[in-house]
Ligand binder design. Structure first.
Ligand code: F6R
Length: 629
């Protein structure tokens, strides 16, 4: 939530800042702003709304200077107004600062600062940090006559006084932050700091970039430094100095960023969401690649980092996640319990972090997350780690906080997911769940033959995903017919109960149509009261153990005049007779149904949203990476 960019080097900063903000807009789009330093003065440009609005302002009044910061906001404290937009200025133009996170003690600090003559103009928690940094700089670096005194310090002292001031300010903050700041009297340095919110530094040739994640760096550099919690970095054109709160100066590691330009561009699609839906044959392939071992009839993972002894002694698996990732955890529960017979519990990360459920010492935690930055998932992982449980991440973003803090894990390799509604990451998460179920199963009761059969089925999955996409025109037609409805029900059972939840979430988040996902039989216990001729029910009803039961549930809806949209196997005969609309998916084993059935539901939501004129890639009130509690 909230995106940060920064540039220092020989070129005009605003070019990188604007381009970077566009790439980070998925993190928030309530307002945006940039600051550059030109001729010893800050130039601040802010706009409510999208980055496009900011660009228009910058066209009229260009922001010159070869050092600067940018920010795209997801509002937490204070509405989306220009005054609340970042950057915020501290003191008498002493510092300009952008922030991602939440400062919990901002009210106390605001009052203390006001008593010392530092007043905030905005309703944000961030401006308090700007004023605090300014007050610490004024206290340490100001000459007796009141002017900021560069002359009073040697070059080295000037920087150390500045770093001391920033550290003193940071030490008073409670909460989370990714911060980047520039200083009127130190126009050759950006200081960044992080605690709980991501920040990276891109290493160019005689230039440096700052960003909330690697995507703005693509096309500029493939060398990236991940800042850790409690680290602060002093970034100049030619150098990076990283200082840890407790350890002092630390060596920073320069990693390789493995994203190419095509992955962050639309490539002819009208929206990222549609592009990402159509990427699924490749992303599913990437999740499976190199992970099937036919000789042993099992899955292989490079990074679990658990001993064979630890793996064998696992007696309980806890899967924790939020949102769509939580739905993939539910799919995982069905898969792991049926292949490996290990008890699985699926926990909302936001609940698990504050609960203290009894857990055997041999409980292992998997945190499932596309971004690797979701604050609740991170906190749940830390809590379980603290209690001595092995923690593993199933994650898409390489080098993200959760990927780095977990004891080990499995990457999705789905490439950057830009659309705010998760699509390809979800199906890749389900694939990894299937691989894990196979892996644990083969360590326990699952026979060699059964393992081999699962491997064959997984190997054929990309072809089935490709086939599922053939329903695009049909889902478009159905979406056009029902897009004006205000309520939908999504119903499925067993493996497809999570599919129903995921279908409903996709529809509501991008089209703003109210939708509820339910286990199909459970609908009789309340939601059936919603059924009328304006409330379509989407049934996920491929062949399987509960097929005839779901058909019976469908009859119950039909008897009450509710329109039925059925997602069925290619060779279905009963559901097609009952349903008003039919979407065909390929016939696959039950454990793979949540993957192939998710695709028509993603497309249905996408088309419904476009018919309703919604901004598919940037739905209102949402942000892709939820880094605040
Ligand atoms: C919905 C969606 C969200 C995320 C959730 C967790 O389409 O994308 O519900 O799944 O915010 O995010 P990650 O997976 O990044 O932890």
């Amino acid at each position: 939530m909230c995106g940060i960019v920064g540039y220092i080097g020989p070129y005009q900063a605003s070019d990188f800042l604007v381009e970077g903000l566009r790439r980070l807009e998925y993190r928030g789009y309530d307002s945006s702003g940039v600051v550059t330093i030109d001729d010893g003065e800050f130039t601040v440009t802010k706009s409510t709304g999208r980055v496009d609005d900011l660009v228009e302002k910058l066209k009229a009044h260009p922001a010159r200077g070869s050092i600067g910061l940018g920010h795209t906001r997801w509002a937490t404290h204070g509405p989306a107004t220009e005054v609340n937009a970042h950057p915020h200025i501290g003191g008498d133009n002493v510092v300009a600062l952008v922030h991602n996170g939440v400062i919990e003690n901002f009210r106390e600090l605001k009052q203390q600062l006001a008593e010392r003559g530092y007043y905030c103009k905005s309703a944000t928690d961030t401006e308090v940090v700007a004023q605090l940094v300014a007050s610490e700089i004024d206290a340490r670096c100001t000459a007796p006559n009141g002017a900021a005194s560069n002359a009073a310090f040697s070059a080295a002292d000037r920087y150390s006084a500045l770093v001391d001031a920033v550290q003193a300010a940071l030490s008073q903050l409670r909460g989370t932050y990714g911060l980047a700041m520039v200083f009127r009297d130190w126009p050759d340095v950006i200081i960044v700091a992080r605690l709980g919110s991501p920040l990276v530094i891109g290493v160019g040739d005689d230039e440096h970039f700052v960003a909330s994640d690697g995507s703005p760096l693509v096309g500029h550099t493939d060398r990236i430094v991940y800042l850790a919690d409690h680290e602060l970095a002093v970034v100049t054109t030619h150098s990076i100095r990283v200082i840890h709160r407790d350890e002092g100066d630390v060596r920073h590691k320069v990693n390789r960023l493995d994203i190419d330009t095509t992955q962050v561009e639309l490539g002819g699609f009208p929206h990222y969401m549609l592009k990402e839906i159509f990427e699924q044959p490749e992303t599913v392939t990437a999740a499976i690649r190199g992970r099937l071992n036919r000789d042993e009839a099992t899955a292989v993972f490079g990074g679990l980092n658990l001993t064979a002894q630890q793996l064998r002694s696992i007696d309980r698996v806890v899967l924790t996640a939020c949102g769509t990732s939580w739905h993939s955890a539910l799919v995982g529960e069905y898969m792991i319990e049926s292949f490996a017979r290990i008890p699985v519990e699926v926990e909302y990360a936001s609940e698990l972090r504050y609960r203290n459920p009894p857990m055997s010492p041999h409980t292992v935690l998997f945190a499932i997350t596309q971004s690797g930055e979701t604050i609740d998932t991170l906190a749940a992982l830390r809590e379980m780690k603290r209690k001595g449980h092995p923690t593993l991440a199933i994650c898409n973003v390489v080098g993200s906080t959760i990927a780095r803090e977990a004891d080990g894990g499995i990457y999705l390799h789905a490439g950057p997911e830009v659309g705010v509604a998760s699509t390809k990451a979800y199906t890749s998460q389900c694939v990894v769940m299937a691989l894990l179920a196979l892996y644990f199963g083969r360590m326990r009761d699952l026979s060699f033959d059964a393992g081999l059969r699962i491997i064959d089925e997984l190997a054929a999955l990309p072809k089935y995903v490709e086939e599922s996409l053939e329903c695009n025109n049909e889902t478009r037609r159905i979406a056009a017919k029902y897009a004006a409805c205000n309520n939908f029900l999504y119903l499925g059972r067993q493996f497809n109960f999570p599919t129903a939840l995921e279908g409903a979430l996709k529809l509501k988040e991008i089209s703003y149509i109210h939708a509820e996902g339910y286990p199909a039989a459970e609908m009789k216990h309340g939601p059936i009261a919603l059924v009328d001729k304006h409330t379509p029910s989407v049934f996920i009803v491929p062949q399987g153990g509960v097929y005839s039961k779901v058909i019976a549930n469908m009859e119950e809806i039909k008897a009450r005049g509710g329109p039925v949209i059925a997602v069925v196997d290619k060779d279905d005969s009963q559901a097609v007779e009952l349903a008003d609309e039919v979407i065909h998916i390929p016939t696959v084993p039950e454990f793979l149904q949540p993957i192939v059935a998710a695709i028509p539901l993603q497309l249905l939501a996408y088309h419904a949203a476009t018919f309703r004129g919604c901004d598919v890639d940037k739905p209102r009130n949402l942000a892709k990476s939820v880094t605040v509690e």
